[in-house]
Design a protein around this ligand. Structure first.
Ligand code: PMP
Length: 319
């Protein structure tokens, strides 16, 4: 990732990629106090667009505010920087990572007068998810690591340090031969996957955990809108137990990077197996709710019009 051409924005300046360095005593490197976003841009029928960049930028600034890190740039400036980052780097299908971090003016938990820096980098993502993962889906293991608790960390903030917990959980699952992990909250209710929200379908109704332990995902929000408004499917946000996932008709995970991926197996139970769904290694049915939402999400992110009461084009910012 170090040695390549390109431009990275830092605090109002464009730095050549190779020169975009920070000091070893950068506070955030030592304590994980910082926040970031993952934003996507897509090449669509009507040119390149950022997807829901306003919502991502708002969540970034909300995260910084919750962490008590004062940021010297406003929402519209940061949106424009993200747009410029794509133009300067000649990107279309891209992933952007705006990040807010403390400088190196001091170390220790009591450090005072720390500068707050903002950076934006972007790189080509192309077709990030394989067609196979999209159609066949994921095998997951329930994690022995609990997800964050509202009284231990700021669950709404996308904080760098939170990801130690996600990586521990994901690596345990990967080492055991699985693709993904499902994390429970400290009380044992389903929270989310390592970096994606989770939904289940049962008897035609979608259910997803309420936003307490899990991140308030923007893809989660897009899926709730599309399910309710375009497919006319009821969506309930509530506490969910792991056996509800085992016995769901369908389940899937959602995230900016993952988009919508079917969850096919949890702890060795084939999800949907009871209702004669395709076998674990087979593609999901074209008329499943998961596949219908995948198609809709693809259309909306690529700027194709979708009939519904909402104006989904407002989610796109032209580059
Ligand atoms: N949960 C976690 C822990 C994540 O890191 C992400 C990815 N940002 C998500 C959920 C999904 O959020 P979004 O749809 O906003 O990308």
């Amino acid at each position: 990732l170090y040695d390549r051409d390109g431009w990275i924005w830092l605090d109002g300046e464009w730095l050549p990629w190779r020169e975009a360095q920070t000091h070893l005593l950068t506070h955030t490197l030592h304590y994980g106090m910082g926040c970031f976003e993952g934003v996507r841009a897509y090449a669509g029928a009507k040119g390149t667009h950022l997807f829901r960049v306003a919502e991502h930028t708002r969540r970034l600034l909300d995260s910084a505010h919750a962490l008590d890190m004062p940021v010297g740039f406003d929402e519209s400036t940061l949106i424009e920087v993200q747009r410029q980052c794509l133009v300067r780097n000649e990107l279309s299908n891209a992933y952007l990572k705006p990040t807010i971090f403390f400088g190196a003016e001091g170390l220790g938990l009591r450090a005072k007068g720390l500068s707050v820096h903002v950076m934006v980098a972007a790189w080509d993502l192309g077709e990030y998810i394989s067609t196979e993962a999209t159609r066949i889906g994921l095998r997951a293991l329930t994690s022995s690591w609990a997800r964050h608790h509202v009284n231990i960390s700021l669950c709404r903030a996308k904080t760098n340090g939170h990801y130690v917990n996600s990586i521990l959980a994901l690596n345990t699952a990967i080492k055991a031969g699985y693709d993904e992990t499902i994390m429970l909250d400290p009380e044992g209710y389903v929270a989310e996957a390592s970096a994606a929200n989770v939904f289940l379908l049962r008897d035609g109704v979608l259910h997803t955990p309420e936003v307490t332990s899990c991140l308030q995902g923007i893809t989660r929000d897009s899926v709730i809108h599309l399910a309710r408004e375009v497919l006319g499917i009821e969506v309930r946000e509530r506490r969910i137990t792991r056996d509800e996932l085992y016995t769901a008709d369908e389940a899937f995970v959602t995230g900016t990077a993952a988009e919508i991926l079917p969850l096919r197996e949890l702890d060795g139970r084939h999800i949907g197996g009871r209702s004669g769904a395709p076998a674990p290694g087979d593609a999901i049915a074209e008329d499943s709710v998961t596949a219908r939402l995948q198609r809709l999400y693809r259309q909306v992110t690529r700027g194709e019009s979708v009939v519904g009461p909402n104006e989904y084009a407002k989610w796109l910012t032209p580059v």
